[in-house]
Design a binder for this molecule. Structure first.
Ligand SMILES: [Zn+2]
Ligand SMILES: [Zn+2]
Length: 357
């Protein structure tokens, strides 16, 4: 088979590889039909994630068909169409028992395209398959389903649920990249008074409006003043950080109201200053997190019912073997306007949500 292999920072290739094989009885082998590229993959290529060993196939999001199962796999069988989640789960450790699969101590967590070979390939071995792949309803197309492998559960769990968005809230989302946009879309499920998006790029602020933000602020112009004006000087009930830079995190701590929630989603590579001299008296809750994907079954039902704007994210599609071209387009999003690029995406018979009679 072929796969996209990380060799060293700045060096990666789509190349011939041995086919993956069942190693443990709880493994499955999935033929990859649709796969996408994550901002985290770009971090790996830059050398920001040193645990990724040279020779690892990248990718942690895919849709495909089960072609082989280990002898202990109970919930799926060959021929099943499945979503491969970015998080694997042993199902037995203390964290898995609490649904905190991202922190799995039994060989799961974020392993695909990180600690073991990932999904940017023609075939992928998925360990702990019973809790790590999700059978797909026929009503969800590949290019919609693949967005539920990572960005939707990440934005929803680590942003919206951790931030405790409630009806009537003012929600500020700092960073209108794919995860920020998914946070805007899923925050709206709770009936906030308004969602405000903050970003530097005019194209992303335009996208934020299309995904349901009522107000947008250019990060370079005074977003603090706009948020103060909208909230009677108080600040936002919930602020979601979806960038991962010290200055954006610190901005979030300045625009959250006393008693409000700041949910960090961004992947940080440098330390930010926590201004406890301002925060200690303001009853602010700050949360961090890696996605657990406990919400994936819920999100799948919503996608099947047409309640999530998944397709709006897919700006570019490529054949699977155009991986390098897809990386170039995704890595140059400011010029290409890419939100999510999806590779593969073979046609399949999509059953309409409301069949005509
Ligand atoms: Zn990811
Ligand atoms: Zn576990």
């Amino acid at each position: 088979m072929k796969g996209y292999v990380f060799h060293a920072p700045g060096q990666s290739t789509w190349q011939e590889l041995p086919d993956p094989a069942i190693e443990d009885p709880t493994d499955v082998i999935v033929r990859v039909d649709a796969v996408t590229i994550c901002g985290t993959d770009l971090h790996i290529l830059k050398g920001d994630v040193p645990e990724v060993r040279p020779g690892t196939v990248l990718g942690h999001e895919a849709v495909g068909e089960i072609v082989e199962t280990g002898t202990d796999v109970r919930t799926v069988r060959p021929g099943d169409r499945v979503l491969v989640s970015c998080i694997s789960a042993c199902g037995r450790c203390g964290y898995c028992r609490e649904g905190m699969y991202g922190q799995c101590r039994g060989g799961g967590g974020w392993i695909l395209g990180h600690l073991i070979d990932g999904t940017q390939a023609e075939y992928v071995r998925v360990p702990h398959a019973d809790l790590s792949v999700h059978p797909l309803p026929g009503t969800v197309a590949n290019e919609d389903a693949v967005l539920l492998a990572d960005i939707f559960p990440t934005a929803y769990e680590v942003g919206v649920l951790n931030g405790r968005v409630r009806p009537g809230d003012t929600v500020v989302v700092v960073g209108a990249g794919p995860v920020g946009l998914a946070a805007i879309a899923t925050a709206r499920l709770f009936g906030p008074e308004r969602v405000v998006a903050v970003d530097r790029a005019a194209s992303r602020l335009q996208a934020a409006k299309e995904f349901g933000a009522e107000a947008v602020a250019d990060a370079g112009e005074d977003p603090e003043q706009l948020i103060a004006d909208l909230t009677g000087g108080l600040g936002a009930d919930v602020v979601i950080e979806a960038v991962g830079l010290p200055e954006t995190f610190e901005l979030c701590t300045r625009v959250v109201r006393p008693g409000g929630h700041l949910a960090n989603v961004g992947v940080h590579g440098a330390s930010a200053t926590l201004h406890l001299e301002d925060l200690w008296i303001r009853n602010v809750t700050i949360t961090t997190g890696l996605v657990d994907t406990h919400s994936t079954p819920t999100l799948l039902r919503m996608a099947a019912a047409g309640r999530l704007p998944t397709r709006q994210f897919v700006t570019h599609t490529f054949p699977l073997d155009h991986m390098q071209e897809a990386y170039d387009v995704f890595g140059n999003a400011a010029e290409t306007g890419a939100l999510k690029v999806v590779l593969g995406v073979p046609q399949h018979e999509v059953v309409p949500v409301h069949p005509t009679v």
